[in-house]
Ligand binder design. Structure first.
Ligand SMILES: Cc1cc2nc3c(=O)[nH]c(=O)nc-3n(C[C@H](O)[C@H](O)[C@H](O)COP(=O)(O)OP(=O)(O)OC[C@H]3O[C@@H](n4cnc5c(N)ncnc54)[C@H](O)[C@@H]3O)c2cc1C
Length: 402
């Protein structure tokens, strides 16, 4: 995005150095191969709430280039993005390849050059003359008047930034599932359920999320779980991924609502067994049976025979089930690094370094990360566009401001 923007604005020679044989590999695998390019979230003040790190400082960049701008940018270059009911936006072709092709086409038309298999290993400043870049795959050092680092989560980028005087917030993973190792719950693996309340206690910190959860054979995943992991990423890392998770399966009914429903059920269905009739239609049968088992209730007991004490235990399981967090599960469909170059070291209007003039930084390399839904790419598009504009402004005086 930065390279294309700078070249389209008239910068004569823009060169991308890519360490691997092919750029945009993350785009290729993103969104399960469909690439969730952005999110239909048009209001910058709402948009920032989806960033556990970097939220407030992003208000400025997003007021200049946000989701609507990204949609228009891709549209102008031949890629239509389509909104799904939950707001996520994907290419009309439903394939990440379409995004890659769009970016390659736009880069070629703007005259951006690409060199692959060049791993940048050293960057030095040479006063007013700019930068000297050295690396594996380069026959001789390269000189550049302006330089942009967009190395994603790769450690080499953070090292280069540190060597150029930037503070780096230590990286920790974000967007992962939690391992609970509850045998009864994991028997429900594959069940996805909406409106689940998650309340994670780590020392004196609490993190809450509500939404869709997927039960896995090791614990919990799904959008709400991944969001929780993002907001709690650093605290979970500190606690070695151990803690107590309270799960509310009542879909917002709360204790009073659950109690009322159970009492009503006892009156209406006295002779039916606990397992045969489900008072909560939103809970799949397999999960209902598991919740009964986790409460220590025999499935064949009749509603009329349910002691009050046992009913209270069931209310507790349904509204505040305590589950022990044993560790971090495998990563979710998105996985990002929380941490990176400290935002205080970057002027977010131009993405130019405050420590090293002429150097721009954007993307996952920065201490910015979002929840799932297209928010991580959006921060990359916004930062890339701003950096491209600023580079063009500095080199040609043509940078457009919005
Ligand atoms: C499986 C998966 C799915 C995802 N799905 C989505 C999604 O659908 N929507 C979303 O918003 N986000 C998604 N994300 C997150 C998203 O991919 C990242 O936030 C985004 O790719 C970051 O972009 P970037 O340009 O900063 O870094 P990257 O995309 O990682 O690009 C950095 C590039 O720099 C190269 N590089 C690194 N160091 C050097 C060096 N020293 N010299 C030369 N080249 C170097 C790398 O090879 C790489 O090509 C997903 C992530 C994963 C892992």
């Amino acid at each position: 995005m930065a390279a294309i923007t700078a070249a389209e604005q008239g910068v004569a020679r823009v060169l991308i150095l890519e360490g691997t044989p092919e750029p945009l590999q993350k785009v290729r695998i993103s969104g399960g191969g469909r690439c969730n390019v952005t999110h239909a979230c048009w209001d910058p003040s709402e948009l920032i709430s989806h960033y556990p790190r970097g939220s407030r400082p992003l208000r400025g960049p997003f007021s200049r280039f946000a989701c609507g701008d990204a949609v228009a940018w891709f549209d102008e270059r031949g890629l239509t993005l389509v909104e799904e009911p939950d707001g996520r936006m994907f290419p009309q072709q439903n394939r990440s390849e379409a995004v890659i092709q769009c970016l390659h086409r736009a880069a070629a038309m703007a005259g951006v050059q690409l060199r692959t298999r060049v791993m940048v290993q050293r960057v030095t400043t040479s006063g007013d003359a700019g930068f000297v870049v050295e690396g594996r795959g380069l026959e001789a050092p390269l000189r550049a008047r302006r330089l942009m680092l967009a190395t994603g989560g790769h450690p080499s980028g953070r090292r280069l930034a540190e060597e150029l005087g930037h503070r780096v917030v230590p990286p920790v993973p974000s967007l992962f599932s939690l391992t609970l190792h509850d045998k009864i719950l994991s028997a429900c693996s594959g069940i996805a359920i909406d409106d689940v309340g998650l309340d994670l206690k780590l020392g004196d910190q609490r993190f809450r999320q509500t939404g869709r959860v997927l039960i896995t054979h090791r614990g919990l995943s799904g959008p709400a779980m991944l969001r929780l992991s993002a907001f709690a990423a650093r605290a979970l890392h500190h606690s070695h991924y151990k803690g107590v998770l309270r799960v509310d399966w009542s879909a917002g009914l709360g204790r009073a609502g659950v109690e009322r429903r159970l009492q009503q059920w006892r009156q209406d269905q006295p002779s039916r067994t606990l397992s045969a009739s489900r008072p909560f239609g939103h809970l799949p049968r397999r999960l209902w049976h598991a919740l009964l088992a986790m409460t220590g209730l025999e499935a064949e007991r009749r509603w009329a025979e349910l002691p009050l004490k046992a009913e209270r235990r069931l209310v507790e399981t349904l509204c505040a089930q305590h589950l022990e967090v044993r560790g971090r599960g495998p990563f979710g469909e998105e996985f990002v690094i929380a941490g990176g170059v400290d935002l205080g070291d970057v002027n977010l209007a131009s993405m130019e370094s405050r420590r090293c003039p002429g150097l721009h930084l954007a993307g996952e390399l920065l201490d910015v990360d979002g929840v799932t839904g297209g928010f991580n790419f959006q921060a990359c598009w916004s930062g890339g566009w701003l950096a491209g504009q600023a580079v063009a402004g500095a080199l040609t005086g043509s940078g457009r401001t919005r």
